[in-house]
Design a protein around this ligand. Structure first.
Ligand SMILES: Cc1ncc(COP(=O)(O)O)c(C=O)c1O
Length: 474
């Protein structure tokens, strides 16, 4: 008898079948009428048969996978415009599949030698792109996690021994704009700084932090005995696409010796664009940066980086005791990223971005990004020139608007929400909405999806108007 093959005949057939299914899913996603076939929880439960004691055949599994795909939200559909990610980059997607196959942990160089070098190479490329003279970084489990790391590093920067001692008389303060991502709130909780010590600095009507307000609050906090340790600038806010002015904020941080973090999870992709990188002017003044390649670069979730100009601070912040079983002394132990990551096991996320970056190149990524800007501009123009839409705001890749009812008895905010709910139920397009403090409810259209074209936008706007008419006429 020869050696056992790695794959049984059934597994082999399953793999071939699944490859065709996935390829077809990608090929046909643009032509699908629906982004999602909305179902009730009861219907969804009925789609999932009970797990049998003796399992099922691979042939049956293949059929079930098709059902799962057909009954999930198609985030690669060109009219999936609900979130700050969407579409599919085939190279990066293959990277995702291959990294799950290789399945190393990035904790030690020994287990992930090539991908560790790859990750470090990309960290260096991003550091160069930002304009730091030197620095370090690590891939993390999302932009939120990167914002958390920024707060931990700010704490270390203030007092490196807090890692051991903790702190009992908490008087730290962290400042972000009122439009900042909610992950800072979570980070304030996790770091022990406390959510009440996360200060939301007022913004102007474009959603940008007002530096004079920041300075006023910091000065007043210092007078009251607080210790400001970090300012988190947003470069590309989630709802309005706002970019806080980095240079004047950096001056304030410098004057008060405060760690400056730039959350460029949504806006960082613009660094690749010669035309649009001005949006992040001054980013090189930051102490640390959050960068998500799973947003406008188009890599699958999660492909995130934390980058800092302070080489060594990650290890001081995250080194953990008692892991001799894992971290041994050897030639390349300096390359063990687990000695400065937050988690132990860490996925090989680098491979997705590496394949994407290799195939498109830096300039190619920049041009692809510029196309998203063109699409946002085109959409803004269409909305501004359409009698049924009320334009609210457009900046970066965020376009905000409402749909006007014909009837003067209907309130535009509730009507916009009503139309959005009907659109979601129908499932032919998914776009999100947001609410301002003054009660204004508006569609927030975003453009991370490289598969979306101008034709799709025209189709989307028509869907919205048709749905509005249908609601009013029925
Ligand atoms: C501005 C901003 N920062 C951070 C995040 C968090 O990123 P992630 O979803 O990768 O955790 C988001 C998510 O949309 C965001 O919009």
């Amino acid at each position: 008898m020869g050696p056992m093959p790695t794959l049984s005949h059934e597994e082999d057939n399953f793999l071939s079948d699944v490859f065709l299914t996935l390829r077809k899913y990608i090929q046909e996603s643009s032509e699908q009428e629906k982004v999602v076939n909305v179902k009730s929880v009861a219907e969804l439960k009925s789609l999932l048969p009970p797990i049998q004691a003796d399992g099922i055949s691979y042939a049956q599994l293949s059929l079930e996978l098709k059902e799962i795909l057909n009954n999930s939200v198609n985030t690669i559909h060109p009219l999936f415009l609900n979130q700050l990610f969407g579409g599919v980059d085939v190279a990066a997607w293959v990277g995702e599949v291959a990294s799950a196959l290789l399945n190393p942990t990035m904790a030690t160089f020994e287990i992930a030698p090539l991908i560790t070098v790859m990750e470090k190479r990309m960290v260096q490329e991003l550091i160069n792109l930002i304009g730091f003279n030197k620095g370090e970084g690590i891939m993390v489990t999302g932009g939120s996690n990167s914002n958390l790391l920024s707060m931990l590093c700010a704490r270390t920067n203030y007092n490196p021994s807090i890692r051991q001692t903790g702190f009992s008389h908490n008087q730290f303060r962290v400042y972000v704009s009122a439009e900042a991502h909610y992950s800072f709130d979570k980070a304030a909780n996790i770091t022990g700084i406390g959510t009440q010590n996360l200060v939301l600095v007022p913004c102007n009507d474009r959603g940008e932090m007002i530096p004079a307000e920041l300075e006023r609050i910091i000065v007043s906090d210092i007078k009251d005995g607080f210790t400001p340790i970090m300012v988190g600038v947003t470069s590309g806010s989630t709802v309005l696409g706002a970019f806080d002015p980095i240079t004047p904020i950096a001056k304030i941080c410098d004057a008060h010796q405060i760690w400056l973090h730039v959350d460029a999870a949504w806006g960082g992709g613009a660094l690749f664009s010669k035309k649009n990188r001005f949006l992040l002017k001054g980013i090189e003044l930051a102490d640390s940066v959050t960068f998500d390649a799973h947003k406008i670069l188009g890599a699958p979730m999660v492909t995130s980086f934390f980058l800092t100009k302070h080489a060594g601070i990650l290890r001081t912040t995250n080194r953990g005791g008692g892991a001799e079983y894992l971290f041994h002394e050897y030639d390349n132990s300096d390359w063990d990223t687990g000695t400065y990551s937050l988690q132990c096991g860490r996925r090989a996320d680098a491979l997705k971005l590496w394949l994407l970056w290799r195939v498109h190149g830096s300039e190619g990524i920049g041009q692809r990004t510029d196309q998203l800007f063109d699409l946002a501009k085109f959409t803004t123009h269409e909305i501004q020139n359409h009698s049924r839409f009320k334009f609210i705001h457009a900046h970066y890749l965020n376009v905000c608007f409402q749909i006007k009812p014909h009837s003067s008895k209907k309130d535009i905010n509730t009507f916009t929400l009503e139309v959005r709910e009907a659109l979601v139920k129908e499932g032919r397009a998914l776009i999100n909405y947001a609410k301002r403090a003054d009660g204004t409810i508006f569609f927030r259209l975003v453009f991370p999806n490289h598969k979306t074209t101008k034709q799709h936008i025209i189709q989307l706007l028509k869907l919205i108007v048709d749905k509005a008419d249908f609601i009013e006429n029925n």
